[in-house]
Ligand binder design. Sequence first.
Ligand SMILES: [Zn+2]
Length: 276
Amino acid sequence: MPELPEVEVVRRGLSDRIAGNTITEVSAGDVSLRRPIPLHAMRHYTIGATIEQVRRRAKYLLIDLDNGAVLIIHLGMTGKLGLFAGTTAPLRHDHISWIFADGRHLRFNDSRRFGAIYLLHGENVAQQERDFFSAAGVEPFSDQFDGRYLRKRAKNRIVPVKNFIMDGRIVSGVGNIYANESLFLAGIRPTRPAGSISLVRWQRLADAIRVVLAEAISQGGSTISNFLGVDGDGGYFQLAFCVYGKAGHPCPHCTRPIKRIVLAGRATYYCTRCQR
Ligand SMILES: [Zn+2]
């Protein structure tokens, strides 16, 4: 499943390549994604509109159009966005194409169809967007996200810290891989009750989350998911994981074997000496 770094990599790849382009046509099949594609509104509000920029919030891509509408795309499990020359034959599972004035096609491909496409339009788009993301936690790269914020939200919580930081209502986009790696970097044991962590250690964890996500973004997203960057070559970089998937391997700090447990159904890796 694409995680925040992959979505951010797609955003960066896409934004420069499609900004300033005008959509001249929308072509779609009749299959539903996780929800039906709002095709009527899509044609009405996107044909003739020019793309201003591509933003990201949590794991959603937001494409701003010059008429005020906002196209929102979630990649789901297997969703991919690709930019192609118009002469390139569509692939199986290409569900919708936006055709640009310069002849290129932006295509959304999704074999398992857990992805979703939304369109905000009409009056008060900014308010609609706030409502859409009302349950989303803070962005890890925002100023709001720091040790104080985490400690406040974790007060009296006995949930394991790993589950806590993977909760999208607390912070957006910390998936399983990045939770494991951040906790290792911060020296915090994944099972520790969230409410028992000191401010200093929360700050260390907030910093570690940013370091791990930034590293993944700079490397083009991790290789684990079925992910294709906008040029078709992104995403196939292997991150140098410290603990994720490393059960039995020596800890990079102390050489003790990395332990694997299952927490909330998710594979969890840590060093029993370095993480307390
Ligand atoms: Zn260790």
